[in-house]
Design a protein around this ligand. Structure first.
Ligand SMILES: [Zn+2]
Length: 308
């Protein structure tokens, strides 16, 4: 059992993958990594919206942050840490595990952890692979994480997907035993319909699917006394981000959501009222989240309560 007091109140986890809109894998051929420094940053304004929401709801979150971001935005990362949120690693270059050799992945997680600890001024315990890319066949990544000193990972999406997912993986927090030792895994939230497991942890699923699916997933986690993992990206709440010339599927995944619905309902209105999106988070997600004052500790310490 992850949390001793789970019977009284299951503590779900709100996480943010802290990255720029142009760093998603779907755009990596349109915006090569060599071009990242030439792109206009839009991260801080969106991150501040999320920080304000979290503050208004007295909720702490985990920010899985790129080393590249910490290098360019140390003030933001420090501010996140100073507000009591947990800073964790999302690698350095947003490279999928499946595109790395073990040595390259080691550099990703070692270098990012070093700069995040330096900038945030506190230890980094957690890791999330870009695009949830620890999939069947790349379990060696857990050994690398254990050897690099990580306490937990949150990369496993226990679903069938074409480009990611680990079908058959445990849907609840569990210890993964490897030759290098063991590591706590906090998988992304899912829901089960007719015996099949579906993703429902946030991101595009939250933006594009009926909210009832998200609600069902977290209710199921509560019933199992199992913390559910929710995630969002700052670019998902940025209505004014540049529209990149990318393939239609990438466009659909990246841009469709409340904005699209808003545009449809207003008859092709080019603007987007971000209050609608914020209200959606406030109305639907926050009731499931713990209040910081009730937890009386940071999420990091919550994880440590597992006994690692
Ligand atoms: Zn990411």
């Amino acid at each position: 059992m992850l949390v001793e007091t789970a019977r009284a109140e299951v503590v779900h986890i709100f996480s943010v993958d802290l990255e720029e809109y142009f760093q998603v894998n779907a755009f990596e051929t349109s915006v090569p990594r060599d071009d990242w420094d030439r792109m206009t940053s839009r991260l801080e304004a969106s991150a501040d919206v999320l920080l304000d929401l979290l503050s208004a709801h007295e909720t702490l979150a985990t920010f899985f942050t790129l080393g590249w971001i910490a290098d360019r935005h140390p003030g933001l990362v420090r501010r996140i840490a100073d507000l009591g949120h947990e800073v964790a690693s999302h690698g350095w270059w947003h490279r999928r595990v499946t595109h790395c050799t073990p040595a390259e992945f080691r550099a990703e997680v070692v270098d990012s952890r070093a700069i995040l600890e330096d900038v945030a001024g506190r230890p980094v315990y957690g890791h999330r692979a870009p695009s949830f890319s620890i999939v069947p066949g790349s379990e060696w990544a857990f050994d690398v994480l254990i050897e690099a000193g990580y306490t937990y990972d949150s990369s496993i999406f226990p679903v069938h997907r074409g480009d990611y997912g680990y079908p058959g993986a445990k849907p609840d927090a569990n210890r993964i035993e490897r030759p290098a030792g063991d590591i706590l895994e906090l998988p992304l939230a899912t829901t089960t319909v007719a015996g099949l497991r579906f993703p429902a942890a946030g991101g595009g699923y939250f933006r594009q699917l009926p909210y009832a699916i998200t609600r069902r997933a977290f209710a199921e986690h509560s019933e199992r006394d199992s913390p559910g993992m929710f995630y969002v990206h700052p670019w998902e709440i940025d209505p004014d981000q540049p529209r990149l010339a990318v393939p239609w599927l990438a466009k659909l995944r990246h841009y469709r959501g409340p904005e699209g619905r808003f545009r449809a309902s207003r008859g092709c209105c080019p603007s987007f009222d971000s209050r609608q999106w914020n209200g959606r988070i406030r109305k639907f997600v926050y009731p499931f989240l713990p209040r910081a004052r009730d937890r009386g500790c940071t999420q990091r310490r919550g994880v440590l309560r597992v006994g690692i």
